[in-house]
Design a protein around this ligand. Structure first.
Ligand SMILES: N[C@@H](CCC(=O)N[C@@H](CS)C(=O)NCC(=O)O)C(=O)O
Length: 224
């Protein structure tokens, strides 16, 4: 097994996707934190897009883009988090890519300046969830049955955020999505997903809302 270093920020959902895979596949790794928005020179030199996550392999090879990193991690460890059949595997890749819009909307939701922008972010998440629901396995609880796959790892950070928003700003996006709620509940119980919840994440969400004086920040005040 190569030596694996995950370069991460302490709030990034895309990094959390990779932590879920590292933990689920029990790949030994170290983690190094940087602020990609105020990055040190060594990180700028290393990361082609200036973004986290970056995976440093054996101290010399660099991988970037969470979906690519996760496929690599899956391939170097026993078992596979993808279906074997090429068409099904391609469909899983497509639904992983699809998940990024909703994930980005969870950030916009926190920093939205006004109610229309806040509601627009909720609508994006809501439509994404409605669109993926028919793709979910009938028995569940996960995307394609009872074993955790790469699609599940990709959506875990979305559910970590939606659960936090329920606590912090009294917003229950999953209220009208029963099958997604079942998926989220099962994922949030997984040790690999729990391990991807950075210490102090709720506080960082609050800080983000308050520092931007966002519309969502008014909802924190109203429930505390
Ligand atoms: N498509 C990328 C997205 C990664 C990403 O957006 N990372 C953010 C933090 S969550 C970042 O590093 N942003 C720094 C920047 O845009 O300058 C992936 O899946 O890895």
């Amino acid at each position: 097994m190569p030596s694996i270093e995950l370069i991460s920020s302490n709030r990034c959902p895309f990094v959390q996707r990779s932590i879920v895979v590292l933990e689920h596949k029990q790949v030994p790794y170290t983690i190094t934190f940087v602020d990609p928005y105020d990055a040190p020179e060594w990180f700028k030199a290393l990361s082609p897009l200036g973004k986290v996550p970056v995976l440093r392999v054996d101290d010399e090879h660099v991988l970037f883009e969470s979906a690519v990193i996760n496929e690599y991690l899956d391939e170097i460890s026993p078992g596979s988090m993808y279906p074997e059949e090429p068409l099904a595997r391609a469909q899983h890749r497509a639904w992983i890519a699809f998940g990024s819009d909703a994930l980005s909307a969870t950030f916009r939701l926190l920093v939205a300046e006004d109610k229309p922008a806040f509601e627009d972010a909720i609508t994006v998440i809501d439509h994404s969830l409605a669109r993926i629901t028919p793709q979910l396995s009938d028995g569940g609880p996960f995307f394609s049955g009872d074993t955790l796959g790469l699609v599940d790892a990709a959506y875990a950070p979305l559910f970590i955020r939606l659960e936090a928003y329920k606590r912090l700003i009294d917003l229950d996006v999953l209220q009208s999505h029963a099958r997604i709620q079942q998926w989220s509940d099962a994922l949030l119980r997984e040790p690999s997903v729990k391990a991807a919840v950075f210490d102090g994440l709720d506080e960082r969400f609050i800080e983000l809302m308050t520092s931007r004086a966002s519309f969502a920040a008014q909802r924190i005040k109203s429930i505390t």
